[in-house]
Write a protein that binds this ligand. Structure first.
Ligand SMILES: CC(C)(COP(=O)(O)OP(=O)(O)OC[C@H]1O[C@@H](n2cnc3c(N)ncnc32)[C@H](O)[C@@H]1OP(=O)(O)O)[C@@H](O)C(=O)NCCC(=O)NCCS
Length: 206
């Protein structure tokens, strides 16, 4: 099955309820999930005002280690919805002001940052699959269940359910059938081999 088939086969993943199983660390050598775990744990320590400062420092060190391993730049204070998948985190850059919704998938070499014609940073909806090498620049809004093609340069808003590809990105498909299935979101998810959608608690996994 090709990655295109996998993206096309992505069905009924919620755009609103995070599936934390997608982030669960199953083995030690899993840079994408380990990096996310460091971000989640750091943020948890910060929001709960944890008394042990050293614990927060530990997660800062973990974050640095996995950032170096992955060659990724995902700041500790990033606004990342739950259920994010980074199957190959190398070269992923996320600007601190960007917002990413639940259950998104970010492939390798993706940049989500400032610098496009629209001022500000991108706001990405829920269950958005972003192909390898894509750049999403400036204050653009990407709707729920949208797909961004490999190497696309997105400078304009992308409506929900649409597929955008090319440089600059244009809409190549305007609607994805999964949009109408969001209410059945507890059934399945196969985008890039992501996990099945059942666990929708609001707690990070580890
Ligand atoms: C964008 C994408 C999701 C489109 O999938 P799709 O819905 O099956 O669309 P199609 O393949 O039918 O393509 C529709 C049109 O968009 C064009 N297109 C598709 N992907 C494109 C891309 N990345 N860049 C430019 N044009 C693209 C096709 O040539 C086609 O054009 P046409 O209508 O003029 O023939 C898919 O091509 C893609 O880029 N997936 C990313 C996969 C990836 O990054 N995997 C990483 C794995 S490690």
């Amino acid at each position: 099955m090709t990655p295109k088939d996998l993206m096309r086969g992505s069905r009924a993943v919620s755009a609103t309820l995070p599936d934390w199983r997608r982030e669960r660390c199953g083995r030690f050598w899993d840079p994408g999930r380990r990096l996310l775990r460091a971000v989640r744990s750091y943020q948890r320590c910060k929001t709960r005002n944890f008394p042990f400062k050293s614990l927060r420092k530990y997660w800062v060190l973990e974050h640095r280690f996995w950032s170096i391993v992955a060659g990724a730049d995902i700041p500790l204070d990033s606004d990342l919805g739950g259920g994010l998948q980074l199957p190959h985190p190398n070269g992923v850059v996320i600007f601190p002001g960007a917002v990413i919704g639940p259950n998104c998938l970010i492939s390798q070499q993706v940049t989500i940052g400032v610098g496009g014609p629209k001022p500000g940073a991108p706001v990405i909806g829920g269950h958005v699959d972003i192909g390898a090498g894509a750049k999403i620049l400036g204050g653009v809004k990407i709707g729920d269940h949208a797909r961004i093609g490999a190497n696309a340069v997105v400078l304009e808003d992308v409506p929900g359910g649409a597929t955008a590809a090319g440089v600059p990105a244009r809409i190549v498909r305007s609607r994805n059938p999964i949009l109408s299935q969001d209410k059945n979101a507890e059934t399945e998810s196969d985008a890039y081999g992501s996990s099945v959608m059942h666990d929708t608690t609001d707690q990070p996994p580890c």
